[in-house]
Design a binder for this molecule. Sequence first.
Ligand SMILES: C[S@@+](CC[C@H](N)C(=O)[O-])C[C@H]1O[C@@H](n2cnc3c(N)ncnc32)[C@H](O)[C@@H]1O
Length: 244
Amino acid sequence: MFHPNGPTFLELARQALSSTQRGYDLLAAKFDYTPFRTPDELLESVATHIGESDSMDSALDVCCGTGAAMRMLRPLCRERVVGIDFSHNMMAVARQRIADAPGDASMDFVMGNVLEMPFEEEFDLAVCFGALGHILPKDQERFVDQVASSLRPGGRFVFVTSHMPRMFSLAYWFGRCFNAAMHVRNFVIRPPFVMFYLTFLVPEAKVLLERRGFQVEVAEEVFSAPFQRACLVIGRLESPEGNR
Ligand SMILES: C[S@@+](CC[C@H](N)C(=O)[O-])C[C@H]1O[C@@H](n2cnc3c(N)ncnc32)[C@H](O)[C@@H]1O
């Protein structure tokens, strides 16, 4: 449907009728041939805003999927990069695909729900790409709290989002119609597939982070086409000594 090696329409439909976790397990082998995988061009551009090679000890990729961001993070880290995801098969693909990622930091995988992460003040940086739509509005505060607890004081949470698209734009109506279809699907079929567009947008995301003690910078117009509408959000967790 998207690529000769990508999933067929029927495979995607089967995925969408499963739970989120099972859906990604089914899609894993073909995920990198879908538009849902965060493109390398975007990740490379984000990397230039995060830091230089070997500039931090450790980083966490939240909802790492097939490891697109872990490949980008490895050269930036001196010690370790950890990916967490609840899909066993997505992480199995990640393990293979990023084995040759440049850098020396160890790369570890943790299978788990990102609403219940087992980390405590362990990372200098956490990122989350292509997965914020999997967090229901009722869970957003808890999610941000989990990320914050994983970070060391002064650590950063970095992700890409956008502003609400204009009301008469295709993006706006695509998002609204997709979300309506997902609400109907989840009303009729159990377990739900949690995936919604138009969530975690600026300025709501900024408010969420600030409430949990992050100082937030939203960088606009930092990406070139076709990502020019995307904003880079960098939240820095306040440290006892204060942020510099
Ligand atoms: C669209 S993929 C994004 C993967 C990768 N970050 C990327 O940008 O290519 C979303 C990933 O989030 C994971 N995921 C969704 N909800 C999750 C949750 N509550 N806990 C852990 N992983 C979750 C899925 O298993 C899937 O691998």
